[in-house]
Design a protein around this ligand. Sequence first.
Ligand SMILES: Cc1cc2nc3c(=O)[nH]c(=O)nc-3n(C[C@H](O)[C@H](O)[C@H](O)COP(=O)(O)OP(=O)(O)OC[C@H]3O[C@@H](n4cnc5c(N)ncnc54)[C@H](O)[C@@H]3O)c2cc1C
Length: 330
Amino acid sequence: MTSQAGRAPGPEVDTLIIGAGLSGLVAARRLVDAGLSVRVLDKGRSVGGRLATRRMSGAVVDHGAQFFTVRGQSLADQVDDWTSRGLVTVWCRGFEGEDGHPRYIGTTGMNSLAKDLATGVDVRVPSMAVATRFDDLGHWEVTTDDGTIHRSRSLVSTAPVPQSFSLVFESVEGLPRAVFDADYDRTLGLLVVLDGPSAVAPPGGMQQPSSGVAFVADNALKGISAVPALTLHADPDWSLERWDADPSAIESELHRLAEPFIGGAGIVEAQVKRWRFATPRQPWSERCWIDESTRLVLGGDAFAGPRFEGAWESGIAAAEAVVTLCRSHR
Ligand SMILES: Cc1cc2nc3c(=O)[nH]c(=O)nc-3n(C[C@H](O)[C@H](O)[C@H](O)COP(=O)(O)OP(=O)(O)OC[C@H]3O[C@@H](n4cnc5c(N)ncnc54)[C@H](O)[C@@H]3O)c2cc1C
């Protein structure tokens, strides 16, 4: 991973990927392994997107995805690899009693899995794609916010669908209706570092424990933080109702939601986190969307399901599509 500042765009690549979340990184990894040249652009300061881990007052806090489950063989194989290297472990097998299905976590936070996938990949951060163009010679140009123009033979965008749409709609005909209509639930969250144990019982996760709350995690009980710290995610309706409210009012309401889970511990530090594109409302029926004429692929969890494994599957499908498109265009 390199900082964008001072970097020349470098030569044209086989594929540019917009978005270094799980989907874009899985696609990049697969394409590099297939021998294609790849460059990934992300507007964030680091990789991971919604696989986000923050360090606060000595605590380690996952503030996007909290855990993941595995159904397909492809992710199962990756989990075996991550587990053998100590990067992934089982948090628990259910939150309100065991149901037998492992809930996996990154042992040092979910973001570490994104960093692992990005190792050895040409990732430019922070680097926001602000315009794209499919030129007369059949190549993509992606302009980033520092004015750099990156060129490629094919383009993958795994940004949230409305952002992908605004980047490519002038170059592509026949974008499906669902792309126009795509919408996402929002999440307001509170991260709280505590001076003692929280009131959350082992294993440290509670799904919909009270009105307005989607999930509460104790990052110490989860095993990623030496210091007690909670992550609280408000539910979509609660978040939407308050999204445009005064930030201090949102913070105090989030504290009210968190009180029962903090118990008698003191608050060392608290931060509000806003996820505008938290969860796609109506995932697309295919694992990615492909435009053969321009060698464009749209992917991300809006295509294969609104969770870690959906993003994973979409990234794999996007990579397979790009390999096919690039081979037929040689
Ligand atoms: C609060 C929350 C809790 C969640 N909890 C769970 C959970 O417990 N279990 C689970 O399985 N899933 C969970 N998820 C869902 C999971 O995190 C996502 O499904 C998955 O991480 C999505 O990956 P992605 O690559 O599709 O998208 P993202 O991670 O959103 O990646 C898209 C990337 O595109 C970048 N980008 C956007 N526009 C541009 C641009 N113009 N130029 C450059 N880059 C751009 C963004 O910066 C971002 O990094 C949760 C999500 C949230 C928000």
